[in-house]
Write a protein that binds this ligand. Structure first.
Ligand code: 1QQ
Length: 414
C-alpha cells in the first residue's frame, strides 16, 4: 500500500498511517465496483472521491476567488464526464475561505475533518496560505495552491505544492514589455499593499528588476492597505516623483482603485499591475482607466493543445467567452493535477482498498515524483519541494471594450 517511500528526502520520515476513523469510513464507502477506462471517457460509478476546493467566495478577495470557482466547476464536470478517476467520480467540496487568515484556517479544518477530503486546492491568497497551509501539512493532507505566488509557499511544509508560478519568475517580464513600449523609461515609482504577503513579495521582485536588472531609478515607494479605498496621498506622491512607469502590487479592489485614481489625477504614463490584477473582475473597478495596464501572466488562451481547447470550450459554455482568465486556468489545472495523480495511484493500488491517510500521503508523493501533467498552462511538473516547473509565460495588456468590460491581450511570450 505504501508507495515511493524513498524517492524524496522531504518525505523520508513517512510511516505507515494508522487506521483512522476517517480512513475506515472512506474504505467502507469505496467498495463499489468501478467502470470506465483509465483516462478515457465513460460513465462513473462508486462513491465519489472527495477533494476540497477552498478559495474566497465572499469578501473583497472574492473578486479573485470567483474566477477560481469557475475553473473548478469546469474541471469537476470535465473530468467526471471523462470517467473521473479510473471510473470513480470526484466530488469537490467548496469551502469558502473569505479573505483573511481565520477564514482560510476554518475552511481548511472543514476540508480535513468534516469533508474528509484526499487533498485541498486553495487558498486564494499567499497571506492566507502562510496561516492555513501548515494546518493541512500537520494533518498530512496535500495542499495545492492555485494562486499563491509569494516566495516561500512550497517551503511551508512537505504537503504544500502550487500550480501558480512564483512572482520571481513571472513579474519581471512585465517590466521587459514596458521597456519595449517606452525605451525612454528612466524613473520608476512603485506602490504596494503592506498588509499582504504576496504584494510584499512581488514588490520586492519588481524593485530588484527595476534597480538591478535594468539599472533604472526607483524614485518612490508608496504603501497602502488592501482595505484602503482613498488613494489620494499615494497617487499624489507617485505623480510628484515624475515617473515614466508606475508598478502596483496589490489586490483587485485596492489596486484597481489606485489605478483609477492615478488616471483621474492626470497620470498619463505606463502602468504595470501585478498578479492581483489578473482577473476580469478588476475591469468594473478601474473601468476605462484600466486601459493600457500591463500585466504578466502564467496563462494564455492561445496555447495550442487539446486540453486547453477543451478547457476553453468548457469556459465558453459557462461564461460565453473564449478568453478564460489566468486564475480560472490555474484552478482547472490544480483539480486536474489531483485527478491525474489519483489515476496514477489507483492504477498501481486501488484507492478503494486504501485508508484515507494513505491516499493523502500517496497523492502528495505522486505529485512530487516529477511526472509531467499536460494542462491548460502547458506541460508542468513539480520539483521535490512542490514548486511548479512551467515552461512558458506571457505578458498581457488590458484593452477595455466597454465601460466595465475588457480583455487581456497577450503582447509578449517568454
Ligand atoms: C497571492 C496572489 C494573489 C494575487 C492571487 C489571487 O498571487 O496571494 O499569492
Amino acid at each position: 500500500m505504501r508507495q515511493h517511500q524513498t524517492f524524496n528526502p522531504k518525505l523520508r520520515e513517512r510511516t505507515v498511517a494508522v487506521v483512522s476513523a476517517a480512513g475506515l469510513l472512506l474504505l467502507a464507502a469505496c467498495g463499489a465496483p468501478t467502470a470506465g477506462a483509465p483516462g478515457g471517457s465513460g460513465a462513473t460509478s462508486g462513491e465519489p472521491i472527495p477533494i476540497c476546493f477552498s478559495v474566497a467566495q465572499t469578501s473583497n478577495t472574492a473578486l479573485l476567488g470567483q474566477d477560481q470557482v469557475v475553473g473548478a466547476k469546469i474541471a469537476e464536470k470535465y473530468f467526471n464526464d471523462k470517467g473521473g478517476v479510473n471510473g470513480r467520480p470526484i466530488k469537490l467540496f467548496y469551502e469558502d475561505t473569505a479573505g483573511d487568515e481565520n477564514g482560510a484556517i476554518n475552511a481548511f479544518q472543514n476540508c480535513i475533518n468534516k469533508d474528509k477530503v484526499v487533498g485541498i486546492v486553495g487558498p486564494t491568497l499567499s497571506q492566507q496560505a502562510f496561516a492555513a497551509d501548515k494546518i493541512a501539512d500537520a494533518a498530512k493532507v496535500p495542499v495545492l495552491g492555485p494562486s499563491n505566488t509569494a516566495a516561500g509557499i512550497p517551503q511551508i511544509g512537505e504537503y504544500v505544492s502550487r500550480v501558480s508560478a512564483p512572482v520571481a519568475v513571472v513579474a519581471p517580464n512585465a517590466v521587459r514589455e514596458a521597456l519595449k513600449q517606452n525605451a525612454n523609461i528612466k524613473n520608476v515609482a512603485v506602490a504596494f499593499a503592506q498588509n499582504d504577503a504576496f504584494s510584499k513579495s512581488e514588490t520586492g521582485t519588481f524593485q530588484k528588476t527595476v534597480t538591478e536588472t535594468f539599472k533604472l531609478n526607483l524614485v518612490t515607494v508608496q504603501t497602502f492597505q488592501t482595505t484602503d479605498t482613498d488613494f489620494t496621498t499615494q497617487a499624489t506622491n507617485l505623480i510628484n516623483s515624475k515617473p515614466e512607469l508606475i508598478i502596483i502590487s496589490g489586490l483587485a479592489a485596492d489596486g484597481g482603485n489606485l489605478v483609477k485614481q492615478l488616471r483621474e489625477l492626470g497620470y498619463k504614463g505606463l502602468m504595470i499591475g501585478g498578479n492581483g490584477f489578473n482577473t476580469t473582475q478588476v475591469f468594473p473597478v478601474c473601468q476605462a482607466q484600466c486601459d493600457g495596464l500591463i500585466i504578466a501572466q502564467a496563462y494564455a488562451p492561445g496555447l495550442d493543445s487539446a486540453i486547453n481547447k477543451d478547457f476553453i470550450a468548457g469556459y465558453d459554455a459557462e461564461k460565453k467567452s473564449k478568453l478564460p482568465p489566468q486564475l480560472t486556468a490555474q484552478a482547472f489545472t490544480a483539480v486536474q493535477v489531483f485527478v491525474d495523480s489519483l489515476k496514477a495511484i489507483d492504477t498501481k493500488t486501488k484507492l478503494s482498498g486504501m485508508q484515507l491517510a494513505d491516499i493523502r500521503t500517496a497523492l502528495n508523493q505522486q505529485m512530487l515524483l516529477g511526472g509531467k501533467y499536460d494542462t491548460p498552462l502547458g506541460p508542468i511538473s513539480f520539483d521535490k519541494e512542490g514548486e511548479i516547473n512551467q515552461g512558458k509565460f506571457y505578458v498581457a495588456q488590458v484593452k477595455m471594450t466597454s465601460g466595465t468590460e475588457g480583455n487581456f491581450n497577450i503582447i509578449g511570450t517568454y
